[in-house]
Every structure is written in structure tokens, then in C-alpha cells.
Design a protein around this ligand. Sequence first.
Ligand SMILES: [Fe+2]
Length: 345
Amino acid sequence: MIFRQLFDSVSGTYTYLLASRKGGEALIIDPVIEKVERYIQLVNELDLKLVKAVDTHLHADHITGLGALRDRTHCITVMGEQSKADVVSMRLAEGDKLTIEGLALDVLYTPGHTDDSYSFVMHDRVFTGDTLLIRGTGRTDFQNGDARAQYESLFNKLLKLPDETMVFPAHDYKGETVSTIGEERAFNPRLQVKSIEQYVDLMNNLNLPNPKMMDVAVPANMRVGLAQEAIARRGWAIGANEAMTLVGRGDVTLVDLREKTERERHGVIPGSLHAPYGDLAANVQPGGMLHELARATGKRIVFYCAFGERSAMAVQAAQDAGITNACHIQGGIDAWKKACGPLTR
Ligand SMILES: [Fe+2]
């Protein structure tokens, strides 16, 4: 396994790069915008392909690298389903798996620091975001923070992991890099409370100043979405209502770019073809499934995904590969559901 812990000294943020093998797919957790060049360089040096960029929560102390990484590498941006970010490609919920080739991380919803905070468990380690820090816990006094919810996340989820599980947080301000669940249970001063009330009392009386970057970072991090308007201006986007008139038509192929778990949870547009985003490059090239389908049948390819971000990138890739009648459903299944479009499981 490839595992790298990278540090942004300005915000004290740890960013993690994971891959199962050299030459394989990679995942990055909590990237910082100023460090994007460095991440891309490292990904190239290790001969990896970045396929997913994940934020554990909407950060208040730095601007996320999610949008820049997506623009540079066409990776999928991922956050929890509660996130206030305008568009991310994929949203996760408790019990989901965060997967890339050769790796599957368990998704834990661990609210408290914010209401969109998630932790990710991979074998012997857990990425705790700002829920559990080394000898600390994330503040709960802004961004819908909730000390009570955090107590539950800590005591009923994270501390239930095996003692030897390594803890990799999103931040450290003293130079600590890693801890374990057992060590934190024993020595983290915030975890030495006798009751939920005592924890709430402790967290509500920290009186911390707001992060320096807060007024800049929070609004910026809520607008990470790909500019889908550019695709629409070129005539490559259709609305959900228009897309509904295409279901069942012989001259159209609807192509679902989502992953299996997303299809199972949210349903599928009837009659659509499943071609996951990860296989897109191969599928749209000459000789690829979608390229040949479009060429042989003349059918119009209509991509869709969860929120329209993967499909917008797919339209561009398809057009670049010569599939000139490709378009996508703007807003994805989310917009489709709002328009009461039919779904099957
Ligand atoms: Fe945070």
C-alpha cells in the first residue's frame, strides 16, 4: 500500500494520499488548495492516477483543493451527504464504502465539529477529520457544531474501534503526526469526562477565537462545483424535464456514470446503460464501448450521474474523443428526482 501524510504548515492541515499499488488509482483526503501542485507532482512521481478527492467536512481554516484537483485531473470530488458545498461529484453516507482500485474505506458519519463531518476507516487506521484530534477534539461552536453529537460520534463510534487502530487527524498544531484509539481514550484530556453533560459543558466553555481564514474559507468551500454553465453554453446540456422525453426512445442511449452503491441507493433511469466514470477514458476512445456504440448506431449519448459534475466532465471527454452528439443531464439524478422522473432499482 502507498500511504503519504502531507502537511500544510499555514493551516496545520494533514492531507493523506492513498493507493493500493504503484501505477494504480489514488485517493486524497483533505487537500489544501495551495498545495495542489505538490500533490499532483507526487501523484506523478509515484506513477498514480488520482481518481477521488475527499473532504472530511467543510473546512473553515483553509480553502479546499477539491475543485482545483478536479479541474487538473478530472477526479471525482467527494463529501458527505450533509455538506453545504454547492456541487461535489459524489456524496457519501454512514455505512457506504469509499472505494478506489484495491482499497475500500468504511464511511462513518461523525458529526459534532460540523454537521457534515465524516471519518474513514481503512484496516488498521482511521482518518478522523476534526472529530478526533491528537489529545484534542474539534471545536463545536460554529458551522452547526454540536458538542452532544460529537460526544456520540466519539464515544459510540470512534472509540469503539480496536485500541490499536491508528488515528490520523486532519490537523495538528504541535507537530504530532499519529496516535491510536487506545492512546486517545487513555490520555486525551477531552475524553476523560464522566458524562455527556460534562463533555458539553467542557466544549461550550472553550471560548476560542474564530479561525483567521473562516470568512474566506467557508464561502469558498461552499462553491467548489464545476462550472456546468460552460458545458450548457455549448449546447451539451439538457434539463431533467427534457431528458424525461427521451426515455425509451430508440435513437438515444442514456449512460449512467455512477457507482453501484449510488445506483442501488438512488435508483436508475429506466433503460439506461451503466458505464462507471472510472472507465470513461477507455469507453470514449475509438474502439471503446461508447465510441463504437455512437459510431455504429448514430444514437445520441446522454450521460448522467449524481449531480451533473461527472457527466459534465464526461461530455467534454466524449466530445474531445469525437462523439459529437454527446450531452448530459444537468444536475444529474438529483435534478431528475426533483422533476419526478421515473426510476427503477
Ligand atoms: Fe474543521
